[in-house]
Design a protein around this ligand. Sequence first.
Ligand code: NAP
Ligand code: GCO
Length: 265
Amino acid sequence: MDMKAFSLEGKIAWITGASYGIGFAIAQAYAAAGATIVFNDINQDLVNKGLAAYEEKGIQAHGYVCDVTDEEAVQALVKKIEEEVGVIDILVNNAGIIRRIPMIEMSAAEFRKVIDVDLNAPFICAKAVIPAMIKKGHGKIINICSMMSELGRETVSAYAAAKGGLKMLTRNICSEYGEYNIQCNGIGPGYIATPQTAPLRERQADGSRHPFDQFIVSKTPAARWGNPEDLQGPAVFLASDASNFVNGHILYVDGGILAYIGKQP
Ligand code: NAP
Ligand code: GCO
């Protein structure tokens, strides 16, 4: 096997919401594999912070302001990227939010907001890049799913509904566009130490670990939280020619949580 199959040389990768967190880590790995990095965030301040962070890592990224829930803005952004950088070969639908609210206390507006960012936006971004991928004869779409694509838990009803839907959107893009040599797969991170999960890991007033922190470590065979870097290898694999016959798959990178019933108390 030619290991060049794992290279992203000459490819243009757009990772949404990648000023920091999981998206930033995936972008770093893609740059190391040879890709040109394009990212967006919802305001210029965050884009500038992201550009500085990439620069610090020696990556000349292309940063744009765009709210991925705004279809008109996304369509315009894709055209601008094609003019300024080139046709997008790899899309990572990474941008996402979570609202941890008991369902019966959650407003419909709050529910809709999570669905909008975590499910509607991946649809909008994929719809914007697929036509050029068809013309180019290849494309890679990677949707950042979640344990909540498979499991529920208290207070995350909107997020679980969105991520469950994102799993099926992944399978549907595979079904509809696989014949054009477009592979659409998901990555299902376990519990990863990023700003999104910081509230679940905060030290308690008495200095003890957050109960949820202890719970997750006990539920994870790897007995630790994941790091964004744990996702880099799987993300490069799914963006590379090495995965050209992998389609509609959700690759869980979770330290084994989904396989484990949990230690007897
Ligand atoms: P994060 O630290 O909260 O970062 C999310 C990123 O998305 C931020 O850059 C955020 O920018 C951006 N974003 C949010 N709404 C946006 C919008 N409307 N348009 C453009 N950008 C937007 O989250 P993370 O932990 O890195 O998670 C990244 C992805 O992985 C998410 O889809 C999340 O659901 C998923 N995930 C995370 C974990 C985990 O344990 N951390 C596990 C499984 C899946 P702003 O700062 O401007 O909001
Ligand atoms: C939560 C966490 C999780 C993680 C991730 C797990 O509140 O349960 O935020 O949802 O973000 O999605 O895969």
